[in-house]
Design a protein. Structure first.
Length: 449
């Protein structure tokens, strides 16, 4: 089968752009409207997207000031996705959940439940949670160091995967005549004792039609890359240029291979925020419309949030250069990317927040369908991406534009599906079914005999 682009849809109800909620077409209360999210999910499925993705924050300050007013309050993603799963049949649902402030058993149980509810369409975006405000909501004075968060995350993911293998796929017999509900020999404790966690198990949720949820990760630091290469099946990433995307792509694939994994089973999906029009002038007018709606305070707070709260710009000339900031214990890679964007383009503070306002460091593309697809195809065919996480700048218009204008051009070039390949997220992403470790061990023993 010819390799094709995979597409995620990053659809916060309030929109991606820092001023998206102010767009004339936008629903101002979209972030907390179930009806609106159902509409977005059905639209994404009509557009044949692989998955609906949502980030998540654990504090009002971090979410609100980093993303604009519309992100200060919204739904917890798994709760929302459980509702949306009942309204769709093929679309996957990738929810962000923290390894720093939740226990493995709770995370494993929630995602296994969503996977069953959706018929095998769940994915877990593994994050370590980067803000000090979040730490203060979870009984801490300040956030755990970057290195310690990732050390905990590595063990956390390993425990969750053990728990997802508690029941073998054929453990449940449910024979009414004999009274046998399940085979006890096919239920296994996690029996984990490690540095951060002691978990006996087993998990009290069975496996789904796709085995277990797809594991997603988005870290770009050294620790983040290593965790992704070891554990992730899909990796979200942010790049402004093909050369940096290629370096990341090749590095992750090489690391995965060194860990004994098939690099083709680790999909790299950079974020892209498209402004598309029938003409380039129309696309640029859409970009200018949102840029003109940015509230200055939101733009400055966005920069500070992406710098890990280390960049207080009060009193600085907004038409002057970006001042230095102390290194964060938050999102180190994103702080570095913001600095790179400012330096590469010679942006003033004002120009930088206007540029970042669309997608927070992800690639912004402005143009016709042909121009947009030319860039996506170049990255896809030159070791820059296996697919893309699409960030419509405003909703619903940005999503509608992509499906109406960009998707047909992708399909015309044979780069994107014309129908779903299967019913599970793994089938549509082309990822293998994860064989239960206990069933695999039994099979290996029998083969050796």
């Amino acid at each position: 089968m010819t390799r094709q682009i995979k597409l995620g849809a990053f659809l916060p109800g309030g929109g991606q752009h820092v001023a998206a909620w102010r767009h004339p077409e936008a629903r101002a209360d979209g972030a907390t409207s179930l009806e609106y999210h159902i509409k977005l999910a059905k639209t994404a499925e009509r557009g044949l997207f692989d998955a609906y993705f949502l980030a998540d924050g654990l504090a009002t300050n971090g979410a609100g000031r980093e993303g604009g007013s519309a992100k200060i309050a919204g739904f917890e993603p798994l709760t929302l996705f459980a509702a949306l799963a009942t309204q769709t049949t093929h679309l996957g649902f990738i929810a962000t959940n923290t390894t720093t402030y939740e226990e493995p058993y709770t995370v494993a149980r929630k995602f296994a439940s969503l996977d069953l509810i959706s018929g095998g369409r769940a994915g877990w975006n593994v994050v370590t949670t980067a803000t000090g405000e979040a730490a203060q909501n979870f009984n801490l004075e300040q956030q755990i160091s970057h290195a310690d968060r990732y050390d905990r995350a590595r063990e956390h993911v390993a425990v969750v995967k053990k728990l997802w293998d508690s029941f073998e796929d054929d453990a449940f017999i449910r024979d009414k005549d004999s009274g046998t509900f399940y085979d006890p020999e096919k239920l296994h404790d996690a029996a984990h004792v490690g540095t951060h966690f002691r978990v006996k198990g087993a998990l009290n949720v069975s496996r789904s039609p796709q085995g277990h949820p797809v594991v997603v990760q988005a870290g770009q630091s050294e620790a983040g890359r290593d965790l992704a290469a070891e554990s992730a099946e899909v990796i979200f990433t942010a790049h402004q240029r093909l050369d940096t995307a290629q370096e990341f792509y090749r590095d992750i694939k090489a690391r995965a291979a060194a860990k004994g994994r098939n690099p083709d089973h680790v999909l790299i999906m950079p974020g892209v925020a498209p402004f598309v029009g029938e003409t380039e002038a129309e696309a640029r007018a859409k970009y200018a419309q949102l840029t003109d709606l940015i509230v200055e305070a939101d733009g400055l707070a966005l920069l500070n949030g992406l710098a890990g709260g280390t960049l207080d710009l009060k009193g600085f000339d907004l038409d002057g250069p970006l001042p230095p900031s102390p290194e964060t214990e938050g999102m180190k890679s994103r702080q570095a990317l913001i600095r790179q964007i400012a330096d590469d383009n010679g942006f003033s503070i004002r120009q930088l927040y206007q540029h970042i306002a669309t997608a927070r460091g992800h690639l912004t593309l402005i143009g016709t369908p042909v121009q947009i697809v030319d860039t996506l195809q170049e990255w896809f065919e030159n070791e820059g991406a296996d697919g893309f996480n699409i960030l419509p700048p405003w909703l619903p218009g940005g999503l509608d534009d992509f499906i109406a204008l960009v998707t047909p051009e992708l399909q015309r070039r044979g780069l994107f599906r014309t129908s779903y390949e299967g019913r599970t997220l793994r089938e549509n992403l082309g990822l293998p079914f994860p064989v239960n470790r206990h069933a695999a061990a039994r099979g290996a023993t029998l083969a050796a005999e």
